[in-house]
Ligand binder design. Sequence first.
Ligand SMILES: CC(C)(COP(=O)(O)OP(=O)(O)OC[C@H]1O[C@@H](n2cnc3c(N)ncnc32)[C@H](O)[C@@H]1OP(=O)(O)O)[C@@H](O)C(=O)NCCC(=O)NCCS
Length: 190
Amino acid sequence: MPLPSLKGKQVILRALGSDDAPALRELADNAVISRFVSYVTQPFTLDQARRLIDLAESSARQDRGYTYGIQIAETGLLAGMVGLGEVNRKDRHAALLCWLGQEYQSRGYATEALHLILRFAFVALRLVRVHATVHETNRPSLRLLERLSFVREGILRKSCLVDDRWLDMHSYGLLQEEYRGTGLDRVESA
Ligand SMILES: CC(C)(COP(=O)(O)OP(=O)(O)OC[C@H]1O[C@@H](n2cnc3c(N)ncnc32)[C@H](O)[C@@H]1OP(=O)(O)O)[C@@H](O)C(=O)NCCC(=O)NCCS
């Protein structure tokens, strides 16, 4: 399925292209992002950025994942990525992913990007469930999911190694009916 652009007031979600590789490399080459995002390492090279963009394109073509670039509406600059992975059409669920370059965090951009991607998931793709797994120490991410009404469903003990320490991951889920209960499906986009 071709990736439709999703417009919010502060951010626009759009397909990534090969021209985005240098900006993506610069944004992702960061210690905090590599600690919390499984497919980002540090250093993060231009070649890795190109492969990530190719993977996003092929996943969308095969209906396996929908990964967007988060673009700041005012400046047109790329700020990060948000998307749905592991799309399962039969059982109608997918996994949420999101990260922003450090200078774009704590400004409300992630909140708006997640509103847009959740509407895409529950309304356009008609998924029944979206899930996310978050490191126990990733406070901004835990706060963001809880603010969006995600329910903590379990703890995956010792499921990642961070700075030589085994950490638990918290598993969160949001169901279509819970999403509709938030009223976010009726909020107008820009
Ligand atoms: C996880 C992550 C996406 C969360 O993003 P974020 O920057 O906290 O989210 P937002 O940009 O929506 O900011 C929310 C915070 O900004 C504040 N804020 C400031 N201006 C705001 C605005 N206009 N609208 C909404 N919130 C605003 C909110 O009050 C909130 O603060 P709080 O968390 O103290 O309650 C981001 O921290 C990140 O990319 N981290 C590194 C990678 C990562 O961990 N990814 C997730 C893997 S599971």
